[in-house]
Ligand binder design. Structure first.
Ligand SMILES: Cc1cc2nc3c(=O)[nH]c(=O)nc-3n(C[C@H](O)[C@H](O)[C@H](O)COP(=O)(O)OP(=O)(O)OC[C@H]3O[C@@H](n4cnc5c(N)ncnc54)[C@H](O)[C@@H]3O)c2cc1C
Length: 433
C-alpha cells in the first residue's frame, strides 16, 4: 500500500539505519523535518568492533545533544596517535583530541554501541516507529515533484513510500547508488587483508593510544575502546592485523565479513614480541576474529539525482586507514541538514550538499587508497627498509609533521580550522515552510 503524505509534510525517506542514517534522522528532527528510516535488518544489534570518531564528528554529536557523558559510556577519549617501526622504535607520535588542542575530544568506540546509542536517541526523540526494521529499499523513481521508494519486506512483498527526498545511507552495497550509477565498476580491492578482534589487555603508552606497528604492507594496529576495569586493570583492546598480498586474481572469498580462526593467520605475526607488547598473545586472546578485505569504490561524479542523495559509505566507502569512515558519515548528515536549513526541503539543498562534499571527499577516498597517514611507514620502508636507529636521519621531524598536517587538512580535522569554524548548524536553526 502506498505510504502517502500530503505535499507539505512528505517525510524525508532514509535508506539504512547505520551510523549515517541515524545521525541524519537526529539532525532532521533537530531542524524540524519529518523522516522515516528503512533498515533492512529485522533487529539492530551492536555489530562490529572498534572505530574512531574524530573531533570534527564529535563536535557534531555534541551539537546533537550526545555529549561527553553519553559518549564516555561507549568508548574512551583518545590521547595519542603513534606509528612504530617493525623494530619497535617510534616513527611518529602526536597527541590527539583535547590534548592536541582541539575543542572537542577524539573517541575510540565500539561501532555497534555507537549505532545503538544513536538508535536509542532516535526512538526517544522521534518515536520507535520512525525506524522501520526489516525493510530494504530496492529502488526509486521520481513522480509529481516527489520521490517514490520501493521497499521490500523480509517476506519479499513490496510496497511504495513517497517522500520529499530520499537519502541513501545504505552502506557499501548501496542499492540506491547502484541505480543512480548503473555503470559503476565493481568493488575495488587493493590486496590488503585485515583480521580484526578485541582482546582484554593493559593499555600501553598514554593509556589511550592508537598505535600502528610494523610496515606499510605488514602491520598491526591497536587501541583501547573501553577504560580499564578498576578491578583488573584490563581494557578492551581493539586490534587489526593486516597484510598486503598480490591482488591480481581478485578477492576469491564470496563473503566480505566472515569469522576465521586465529591459527589461519597468526603465522604472519609470530615473533612479534617486544616485551611491552606481545602481538601473538594479543591476537590469540580474542574470542572471535573477523576477516575483512580492505575495499573501497571508485568515486562517482555526483551523489545526487534530483530528490535522491547518497550519504556515508553509500557515497564514499573508503579504506579505514584514516579512521574517518564513520566520522565522515556523521559530518555528511550535518552538512545535509545545514543545506536543508538554507535551501528548504528540495533538490536545491541536495545540490548544495553535493557541491560542498562530493569532490573533496572523493579525493579523500583516493588519498586513503594511497595509504593515508600510514604512508609514513611506507616512506620508512622505502628509505631504509624499515631498519633504523635514529628516525630523524631517515625522515626529519619537520617532514613527518608536514605529512600528517596535509592528511588532517584533507580529512577536515586540521586543528585551527576546526576550532575556528562556526557550528555546521546554528543552534535553534529550523527549516522554514
Ligand atoms: C554490521 C556492520 C559492522 C561494521 N563493522 C565495522 C567495524 O568493525 N569497523 C569499521 O571501521 N567499520 C565497520 N562497519 C562500517 C562502518 O559502520 C561504516 O563505514 C561507517 O560507520 C559509515 O556508516 P554508514 O551509515 O554509511 O554505513 P553502515 O554503518 O554500514 O550502515 C548501513 C546500514 O544500512 C543498512 N542497509 C543496507 N542496505 C540497505 C537497503 N537496501 N535498505 C535499507 N537498509 C539497508 C545496513 O543494514 C546498515 O545498518 C560496519 C558496518 C556494518 C553494517
Amino acid at each position: 500500500m502506498p505510504d502517502t503524505h500530503d505535499a507539505l509534510h512528505a517525510p524525508v525517506l532514509i535508506a539504512g539505519g547505520g551510523i549515517g542514517g541515524l545521525a541524519l534522522a537526529l539532525t532532521l528532527h533537530q531542524v524540524g523535518v519529518p523522516c522515516l528510516v528503512f533498515e533492512t535488518v529485522p533487529q539492530l544489534q551492536p555489530l562490529g568492533v572498534g572505530i574512531n570518531l574524530q573531533p570534527n564528528a564529535v563536535r557534531e554529536l555534541f551539537d546533537l545533544g550526545l555529549d561527553e557523558g553519553a559518549l564516555d559510556t561507549i568508548g574512551v577519549q583518545a590521547r595519542e596517535w603513534a606509528l612504530v617501526g617493525r623494530n619497535g622504535k617510534d616513527v611518529y607520535s602526536e597527541p590527539r583530541g583535547r590534548l592536541a588542542g582541539y575543542r572537542w575530544p577524539q573517541y575510540s568506540v565500539h561501532r555497534g554501541q555507537l549505532q545503538m546509542l544513536l538508535y536509542r536517541a532516535v526512538c526517544e526523540r522521534l518515536g520507535a516507529d520512525t525506524v522501520r526494521l526489516g525493510q530494504r529499499v530496492v529502488g526509486y523513481r521520481h513522480e509529481d515533484g516527489r520521490v517514490v521508494a520501493t521497499v521490500e519486506a523480509r517476506d519479499g512483498s513490496r510496497r511504495e513510500a513517497t517522500g520529499a527526498l530520499l537519502v541513501a545511507a545504505d552502506g557499501l552495497h548501496s542499492a540506491v547508488r547502484a541505480q543512480m550509477h548503473p555503470q559503476q565498476p565493481p568493488i575495488h580491492w587493493g590486496g590488503a587483508i585485515m583480521w580484526r578482534g578485541t582482546t582484554p589487555g593493559v593499555p600501553i603508552r598514554s593509556g589511550a593510544s592508537f598505535v600502528g606497528l610494523g610496515s606499510l604492507r605488514h602491520r598491526v594496529v591497536f587501541y583501547p575502546i573501553s577504560p580499564p576495569d578498576p578491578a583488573t586493570g584490563l581494557a578492551t583492546i581493539n586490534w587489526i592485523a593486516e597484510i598486503t598480498v598480490d591482488n591480481s586474481q581478485g578477492w576469491t572469498q564470496g563473503d566480505w565479513n566472515r569469522r576465521v580462526a586465529v591459527e589461519d593467520f597468526i603465522h604472519h605475526f609470530e615473533g612479534w614480541d617486544y616485551g611491552w607488547l606481545d602481538v601473538p598473545a594479543m591476537l590469540r586472546g580474542a574470542r572471535e576474529v573477523f576477516e575483512y578485505p580492505m575495499i573501497d569504490r571508485d568515486p562517482v561524479p555526483t551523489w545526487v539525482d534530483g530528490r535522491v542523495a547518497l550519504l556515508g559509505d553509500a557515497a564514499h566507502v573508503m579504506y579505514p586507514v584514516g579512521s574517518n569512515g564513520a566520522s565522515q558519515a556523521i559530518v555528511d548528515a550535518r552538512v545535509l541538514g545545514a543545506a536543508l536549513v538554507r535551501h528548504g526541503v528540495g533538490p536545491d539543498a541536495l545540490r548544495a550538499y553535493d557541491d560542498a562534499l562530493c569532490a573533496d571527499v572523493s579525493a579523500l577516498v583516493l588519498r586513503n587508497r594511497g595509504a593515508g597517514p600510514f604512508g609514513l611507514l611506507g616512506l620508512v620502508d622505502e628509505r631504509c627498509g624499515g631498519v633504523f636507529d635514529d628516525i630523524d636521519a631517515v625522515i626529519p621531524a619537520a617532514e613527518r609533521e608536514a605529512f600528517m598536517a596535509r592528511y588532517k587538512a584533507a580529512a577536515g580535522f586540521a586543528i585551527e580550522t576546526l576550532n575556528a569554524a562556526p557550528p555546521t548548524i546554528a543552534p535553534g536553526a529550523r527549516v522554514q515552510g
